[in-house]
Design a protein around this ligand. Structure first.
Ligand code: ADP
Ligand code: MG
Length: 717
């Protein structure tokens, strides 16, 4: 057998099969987090209160307070063995970034001291000029700044104190996901609180809550190492489907294999230490696919925890000789991975605004948020799609049980009925009888727990699942704050408009508050109803438009107006983000194309030729024995020989043409056009060449084949 593949399969017998991890005592939850409980132990009561106030109000933390917190943080971290600290941030590259600095310093007399003060806590200049910035940073002023985000607590990882930060340019523009995300949370808080005050004057804060569900594949590391495609692109660019795939659904919710179980136990322990509240884990539909999900948290923390989790998973997987595939479509014809993102709103009293309540008034509040959220989503479908699209997610959307790209919202029959009833309410002021009827028979009858069985249609891209909206199109690899920033912004705009419309009716028509709310909701429903009817008619959804086209919505005049008016992102920042996404799209296809070209020419073609030599040797032998009548005995061999030659020619020709297409596309200077050209002229070669290579895989002798096959990658654990 081919050496690398053979060695890898051999190694499997040596891989750790430890089962004793579970027996260890559980760790103390969040003991590596410098949360408010820890802070309180280290600073004065007065300073602690000041800090809490700053976090709540989002105001700046003064220099002397920052100094106190820094010294508390350092004392805590050093007491737990930390030697370094880092500002931890989320640049637009999609990964997390960190630059470790030692606490160690020298004082003026040359003696060793440990130094970490307010300045180092609050700001750093990582000079990280190589992160994507979409042209915002010119090379002469490439400096980027990281600035402390006190709303997400610092944590300890290995020997390093990690301080969550935002990342901005010298000129103050956002270079990361977190900066606009935090702004969007604040804007939504303001707008939603105003609406809550229609119902309860005591409410003074609304938090966004988020719970993600992370899907991933876990593959044996040694086997993955035989595959340049997996190592370089995160997915298989070739590989014939195994005789058995996911048809039997025998992996779904099945018992977790023991090496995977050990990996998960250790992962859970690591998560617990840094305060990621993991709640569920189970096998997914595809072989070797799993999901892990936490208890929901405040959005900022939830996103930080998701990005941190992905780092932790890579590190723990390494120990168990696994690789984690976060790619949205690692295997052709097998289910891909998503990151379902659940979104809701919660008041400072812990009331979920998207959960029906016990009284008609609380249900009117619920309906106000429910209906306005739907209206916002339907109005800005394109922008939402743009926040989730990517070259890798493109491969998943619309196939093998994944949601379609045509955004529709599933809300269940009960709520659909409520919308119908509300739409039929008469215009203007309501008579007392009408109002009583509405309150008792329509909104009073919304059950507190909405479990609509028809929601087992898991492929609806967006679903209202009783107390939250679930977005299922988000890619497994992506930073979900991208979607939530858009969602927060569009809901904010919608709520501001809603409030204006209600106030106007109250002022101009002397309507009562609830009359005005009913009226505006009725109007809103009549704008969204046509969408629901359309949704019902659409059966099979078409495949998504090419990603570059979808991405252009980021910089549509509507999008610019939305983000600028709310002060979340400027036109320049949006343009930069658009460019970063296009560049990522281009690079993605470029790298895949190079990798496939290399694999075809350096792995597949030579292997096929070796097998041809085996056949030739055999035919030559037959000829020696049988003389001129040898063809009678070698007829099948000759057919296979010819078939291989045909496939070799097609592959070689395909690779040459693909390289030419790439060269042409690389000459295009406009980013959008270049991305479109990559999508239209380079991308198709990936599947064409693959098709021929996969045929060869079926033809060539198994022991010669250099790459781990699907059946090995997916079924060996
Ligand atoms: P399912 O697979 O049916 O969607 P899961 O239990 O896998 O159910 O996932 C439910 C997700 O919803 C979890 O990530 C959880 O944190 C999240 N969630 C639950 N309630 C809320 C809420 N109020 N706000 C945000 N997310 C929530
Ligand atoms: Mg889900």
């Amino acid at each position: 057998m081919h050496t690398l593949r053979k060695q890898s399969l051999g190694k499997l017998s040596e891989s750790p099969k430890v089962l004793n991890y579970r027996k260890e005592a559980p760790v103390e939850y969040a003991s590596n987090v410098f949360n408010s409980k820890q802070l309180q132990k280290f600073i004065s009561e007065n300073a602690f209160e000041q800090m809490q106030l700053c976090i709540e109000k989002g105001t700046q933390i003064g220099a002397s307070l920052a100094d106190q917190i820094a010294s508390a943080m350092k004392a805590w971290a050093v007491s737990k063995g930390a030697t370094h600290y880092t500002h931890w941030f989320q640049p637009l590259s999609g990964a997390t970034a960190e630059k470790h600095e030692s606490f160690f310093d020298l004082d003026f007399s040359g003696d060793q001291i440990e130094k970490f003060n307010g300045d180092q806590l609050v700001q750093q200049i990582p000079n990280a000029s190589s992160f994507p910035s979409g042209g915002i940073r010119n090379t002469f002023e490439a400096r980027g700044y990281t600035a402390w985000d006190p709303s997400s607590p610092a944590f300890l990882f290995e020997n390093t104190l990690c301080i969550p930060t935002i990342f901005v340019s010298y000129t103050g523009e956002a270079l990361d996901y977190k900066t606009p995300f935090l702004k969007s949370l604040q804007k939504l808080d303001e707008a939603a609180t105003e609406i809550c005050r229609f119902f309860d004057k005591n409410i003074n804060k609304v938090n966004v809550t988020v719970g993600w569900e992370q899907e991933y594949f876990l593959i044996d590391r040694s086997l993955a190492l035989t595959r340049p495609d997996l190592m370089l692109t995160g997915r298989t660019l070739l590989g014939h489907a195994p005789s058995k795939g996911q048809e039997l659904n025998d992996h779904y919710f099945g018992s977790i294999p023991s090496r995977v179980g050990d990996f998960l136990s250790e992962l859970e322990k690591e998560c617990s230490l840094v305060g990621i509240p993991i709640k569920t884990k189970h096998n997914e539909v595809a072989p070797s696919q799993y999901e892990i999900a936490p208890v929901f948290e405040h959005a900022n923390l939830a996103v930080d925890h998701n990005t941190l989790l992905m780092d932790l998973m890579n590190k723990v997987a390494y120990k168990y000789n696994f690789v984690v595939l976060f790619h949205e479509k690692p295997f052709d014809k097998i289910n891909g991975s998503g990151k379902h993102t659940n979104w809701s709103l919660n008041t400072n009293y812990g009331i979920n605004l998207l959960s029906p309540g016990k009284t008609p008034m609380s249900n009117l509040q619920f309906l106000s948020f429910f209906i306005n959220t739907i209206a916002a989503i339907l109005k800005y479908k394109k922008l939402i799609n743009a926040s989730m699209v990517s070259a890798s997610n493109d491969l998943r959307i619309g196939v093998n049980e994944a949601p379609s790209s045509a955004l529709s919202i599933f809300i269940g029959n009960h709520l659909l009925g409520v919308l119908n009833d509300l739409e039929n309410v008469s215009k203007g002021k309501l008579s007392p009888e009408e109002k009583t009827d509405l309150k008792l028979n329509v909104i009073g009858k919304i059950p507190e727990i909405l479990l609509d069985n028809t929601d087992r249609n898991r492929t609806a891209p967006i679903a209202f699942t009783g107390n939250k909206f679930e977005f299922r199109t988000v890619g497994s690899k992506s930073n979900c704050s991208k979607l939530i920033t858009v969602l927060n912004a569009i809901v904010t705009e919608q709520l501001i408009d809603f409030k204006k419309a209600v106030d106007k009716l109250i002022d101009a028509k002397k309507m009562k508050k609830d009359d005005a709310i009913f009226n505006v909701l009725r109007e809103t429903i009549s704008t969204i109803k046509p969408e629901f009817s359309k949704q019902k008619k659409q059966k099979e959804q078409p495949r998504q438009e090419p990603a570059p086209k979808v991405l252009s919505s980021t910089v549509s005049s509507r999008s610019i107006k939305l983000f600028e008016s709310l002060g979340i992102l400027s036109e320049r920042e949006l343009m930069a983000r658009y460019q970063v996404d296009l560049e990522a799209y281009i690079s993605n296809i470029q790298i895949e194309s190079r990798t496939l070209g290399d694999m075809a020419q350096n792995h597949i073609i030579p292997t096929a030729i070796r097998y041809q030599n085996v056949l030739i040797e055999n035919i030559r032998g037959l000829k020696e024995i049988y003389g001129t009548s040898y063809t009678k005995f070698a007829s099948e061999q000759l057919i296979i020989l010819k078939r291989i030659s045909g496939l070799l020619a097609a592959i070689n020709e395909g690779v040459t043409q693909m390289i030419n297409a790439r060269k042409k596309a690389n000459n295009v200077t406009d980013f959008n056009q270049k991305a479109v050209q990559y999508a239209e002229t380079v991308k198709p070669f990936l599947s064409d060449i693959r098709y021929q290579c996969d045929k060869l895989e079926l033809t060539v002798e198994d022991t010669l084949w250099p790459l781990a096959k699907y059946r090995e990658l997916l079924f060996v654990r």
